[in-house]
Unconditional design. Structure first.
Lengths: 149, 101
């Protein structure tokens, strides 16, 4: 039998950059039930921000489309974040993941994937030209001692 | 994103506050370009003391500031970096490229 997620939430929104702040706050609020440390919470917010910005800037460069963020809590205190767009797709994922590589002009640093990889335990990217990109990230949060009741 | 600009003797200080994400960095980038063009400073200080969140968009802003100051043969200092922004800069290895205090 497949393991079921302990909890999950899905958020769908338009690829407008004014939604970035709301989505990372919502992700942090959802993750708060795992009793994360402040650093872990900031790592999650930053990783979400990078993936959502990529979807907005690179998935839909000339148009507005839908971005779907799914957050799932797995047993053993693992948080999974999935950011999916149905946009342009990435021609060369390996190249896109290289530090300082960007097609986004001077507004972008090309460090988004480096940050995601540094702040999360595992980052996988699936992309198909003209069909979109899915970035899935996992992080195991430090289990904290529960107060004895 | 709010930016306070102060110029004293060709020293330009930009104090940033708010969220330095993709949206915030866009307006900050415009302000930076305008302020540098107006002041043509010898030294530029980016003060991040009021930044409540920063992602790699902030790195793009810092690298652009450095590029502008190199063209002017001037210096750049990034100071008062909050802990979260510092971790983003460290993960990207930016402290090897830019002076951070």
């Amino acid at each position: 039998m497949r393991t079921k997620a302990v909890n999950e939430v899905t958020m769908a929104f338009l690829s407008r950059s004014c939604n970035e702040s709301f989505i990372r706050s919502a992700a942090a609020c959802f993750a708060a039930q795992m009793d994360p440390t402040l650093n872990e919470l900031e790592d999650i917010k930053t990783a979400v921000s990078e993936a959502v910005t990529n979807a907005i800037v690179h998935g839909y460069p000339d148009t507005v489309g839908q971005v779907v963020v799914k957050l799932r809590i797995w047993p053993d205190n693992v948080l999974e974040l999935t950011v999916r767009d149905h946009g342009r797709g990435i021609p060369d994922v390996e190249k896109a993941r290289q530090p300082m590589f960007t097609t986004g002009g001077e507004e972008r640093s090309g460090m988004g994937f480096t940050i995601m990889e540094s702040f999360m335990d595992r980052v996988t990217v699936r992309s198909s030209l003209g069909r979109g990109t899915t970035v899935a990230m996992r992080k195991r949060l430090t289990p904290r001692l529960k107060t004895v009741k | 994103m709010e930016i306070q600009t102060k110029t004293v003797d060709r020293n330009l200080l930009l104090e940033l506050s708010g969220e330095l994400d993709h949206q915030g960095a866009r307006s900050a980038l415009r302000e930076l370009e305008l302020a540098v063009d107006a002041a043509l400073p010898h030294h530029l200080v980016l003060d991040l003391g009021g930044v409540t969140f920063m992602d790699s968009s902030g790195i793009a802003l810092i690298l652009r500031a450095q590029q502008r100051m190199r063209l002017l043969d001037g210096g750049l200092l990034v100071r008062n970096v909050p802990a979260q922004a510092r971790r983003v800069l460290d993960a990207a290895g930016i402290s090897r490229l830019v002076t951070i205090k």
